[in-house]
Design a binder for this molecule. Structure first.
Ligand code: DP6
Length: 336
């Protein structure tokens, strides 16, 4: 099939990925664990086009060039080298999350692209191979291949660094959007800076492996309280680590901190809620379904009701049945 459409959702890490030991293969310094969401989907159509001299990228209805196109083209090159062809493609992608706002849209983006491109180029990849492929686009994308809770094993080489499901109790997130604008420093650049300048980096790596082990055990045991405690503590460790770079980077805004405080107050009132934040100011609060409404009401009081969204566990990246492809950007022909 030369035109294929796939859909993927972002994931929010409960044990964070921060730092690579191999930039080219995107091998992380430690494992991580996340919840794939059922909102903010990315839908991506890959259409192979004979005779095209370069790939074309249309993101949210706009033709993209420069770094964005280069990153997609480099990813397609990986797929093409496995498929033994040099045929170019048109990639059309629609993203329901604010790009660059810390809602991990690169995870959904590369997970959807991995599924659509591998099918468009005729590769028959199993779940593990798809996760490894998505990882090459963006590390966290390896986890968006998985339904619900995913552990990404750090691994020691390309073959052993992939994500797989972990059984876990029912849980969701209440997301407070503090600022939907793009972040000042990309997570890729910030990770590099952290690894090369923070004196705390070695401790981060060893303590993350320890947290991950405890988190996987808590998930398997259905121990939501421990899952929540580890989630919030690990997020704050990551932000402390990031703040320790030279020059320093700080993603949390005063209002983000207000949300963390409100979540601590909710706990005092008996609500089981724990906060986390990726490389941005928005805060995701982990809850069990019965505590979602009280949590959403409390966060609405801080950021406004329109900025609060309750989400559940969602499916891993998957192909869509033939038919609903992402339409071409306005003013372009069917293949640009
Ligand atoms: C803070 O996966 O976006 O969200 O591998 O360089 O593309 P690259 O980084 P990316 O980093 C995600 C960082 C994080 C934590 C996490 O998702 O685990």
């Amino acid at each position: 099939m030369s035109t294929v459409t796939a859909r993927a959702h972002p994931n929010i890490a409960l044990i964070k990925y921060w730092g690579k030991r191999d930039e080219d293969l995107i091998l992380p310094v430690a494992g991580s664990l996340s919840l794939t969401l059922d909102a903010f989907a990315t839908t991506t159509t890959v259409e192979r086009v004979a005779g095209l001299d370069r790939d074309r990228l249309e993101l949210d209805g706009q033709v993209r060039s420069g770094e964005q196109l280069d990153r997609v083209s480099a990813f397609l090159d990986l797929v093409r080298s496995q498929a033994g062809t040099s045929e170019r493609a048109v990639v059309r992608s629609v993203n329901e999350a604010p790009t660059g706002a810390g809602l991990a849209s690169s995870a959904a983006g590369f997970a959807a692209l991995a599924v659509a491109a591998s099918a468009a180029y005729g590769l028959d990849l199993d779940a593990r191979a798809l996760s490894r492929l998505a990882r090459r686009g963006s590390g966290s994308a390896a986890r968006s291949l998985v339904d619900g809770v995913a552990v990404w094993h750090a691994g020691t080489d390309d073959g052993s660094s992939y994500a797989e499901p972990v059984p876990a109790p029912p849980m969701g997130m209440v997301i407070a959007t503090v600022d939907a604008g793009p972040k000042a420093v990309s997570s890729r650049e910030a990770m590099r800076r952290t690894a090369s300048t923070s004196p705390y980096f070695a401790a981060w790596v060893s303590s993350t492996e320890d947290y991950l082990e405890r988190m996987v055990a808590a998930c398997r045991a259905g121990d939501f309280t421990t899952i929540g405690e580890l989630t919030e503590a690990h997020a704050l460790r990551m932000h402390a680590l990031i703040a320790s770079t030279e020059p320093p980077i700080r993603y949390l805004r005063p209002r983000s901190v207000e949300v963390f405080d409100a979540v601590a107050e909710l706990r005092e009132d008996g609500v089981g809620a724990w906060a986390t934040a990726d490389a941005g100011p928005n805060v995701a609060v982990l809850v069990q379904p019965h505590d979602a409404a009280a949590t959403a009401a409390r966060l609405s009081g801080i950021v406004g009701e329109a900025q609060v969204r309750t989400v559940g566990a969602g499916p891993g990246a998957h192909l869509l049945p033939e038919g609903p492809a992402v339409p071409p950007a306005p003013g372009t022909g069917p293949t640009g």
